[in-house]
Design a protein around this ligand. Structure first.
Ligand code: ZN
Length: 353
């Protein structure tokens, strides 16, 4: 059954930028707003500490010292005070960086993966489309996708498993238009939902908190609660930052539809200061939401191992970071398949998200 296990959820603001509101939200004010970077800590009852993204890290600065990567730093001046660092915040909860077992990567933009090298004990999960769009690219090719290769550990391909290889689960019509997802851990507790548009694929994660609240960690599928509530796109000037503007529009509309169907669902964008400040994981869920599923959940017997028509990729065939020979052990986590080029062109350097 889906979402029957309860997850202790902590939302961590790990660094931030400031951007004019009108860039992030069409019709927004000229004033600059806080643009926090979310890392969500998921304490699973048996799988240990899991992160959804890492936020920023000290490694952002050396990664953006050379040119052209330095442009990223110029466009998005990052603030990461000591008290917001991942190690500091995990430490307050009695967790060391080395204790983190897994990172669910929403997408490979720098503000979501800057801390990966600080997590030596973690395996990584990401969607194929985002991996193919970024991995192996360097310099301008990487930068225009919002990707800084120096942020990934050298053994990233060996530690990566593709979400697309996980069992597909049917969510049922009450979750429309998101009718299926990926069972990330195999126990129905964390369901990966593709939220394409901002990046080629982008991973959202559905879970249920210890107090019974259903939550969708929504990454950059919307930049604020107002965006999904009011159906407001970012400014057109932000369009070059997106992999596919049309997909983004459809995903944003889908979030609104889902919120209408599931009013108890907490939608958590990665960069919404209002949401991060107001979300209380310990607020009891409404009675109907405290049941095992907001709709009759689909049994995992409805799973199949791969969505139709999708093959695996051979990560060993992906060039290692900076070019050269493939990394030893690369690609161990994934099957073989089409290995095709990533879809579309993705983000320009910097900017929100
Ligand atoms: Zn992004």
């Amino acid at each position: 059954m889906l979402l029957t296990k309860r997850i202790e959820l902590h939302l961590l603001r790990v660094g931030r930028c400031r951007h004019p509101e009108w860039v992030t939200l069409s019709g927004g004010r000229w004033a600059a707003i806080d643009f926090p970077a979310l890392a969500a800590l998921l304490l699973h009852p048996t799988a240990g500490p899991i992160l959804y993204d890492t936020g920023y890290a000290e490694r952002f600065w050396p990664a953006t010292t050379p040119f052209p990567e330095r442009i990223y730093r110029w466009i998005t001046p990052v603030h990461l005070p000591e008290e917001e660092r991942l190690a500091t915040q995990l430490g307050r909860l009695g967790i060391a960086l080395g204790d983190v077992r897994k990172v669910l990567i929403s997408h490979l933009h720098a503000d979501h993966v800057a801390g990966l090298r600080d997590l030596p004990g973690a395996g990584f999960l990401a969607l194929r489309g985002d991996v193919l769009a970024c991995l192996g690219r360097t310099g301008w090719q990487a930068l225009r996708r919002g990707f800084l290769p120096a942020l990934l550990p050298p053994d990233f391909p060996a530690r990566l498993a593709l979400v697309d290889e996980r069992p597909v689960v049917d969510l049922g019509p009450s979750w429309a238009p998101f009718e299926s997802g990926y069972d990330l851990l195999g126990d129905g507790s964390l369901v990966g939902i593709p939220l394409p548009g901002h990046s080629p694929a982008q991973l959202g994660v559905l879970l249920r908190t210890t107090d019974g609240r259903p939550v969708l960690l929504a990454a950059d599928s919307c930049w604020s609660a107002r965006a999904w509530r009011e159906g407001r796109m970012p400014s057109i000037v932000a369009r070059p930052l997106f992999a596919d503007w049309g997909d983004y529009r459809r995903t944003l509309a889908g979030l609104r539809q889902l919120a209408d169907r599931q009013p108890e669902l907490a939608i958590i964008p990665s960069h919404c200061a209002e949401t991060l400040a107001s979300f209380d994981p310990h607020r009891p869920a409404p009675p109907e939401a405290a049941s095992p599923g907001p709709s009759p959940p689909s049994p995992l017997s409805h799973t199949h191992s791969h969505p139709p028509g999708r093959g695996g990729i051979d990560l060993a065939s992906i060039e290692p970071l900076g070019g050269g020979t493939p990394l030893p052990g690369g690609g161990s986590a994934c099957g073989r398949g089409d290995g095709g080029e990533g879809p579309g062109e993705a983000a320009s350097p910097g900017g929100p998200g």
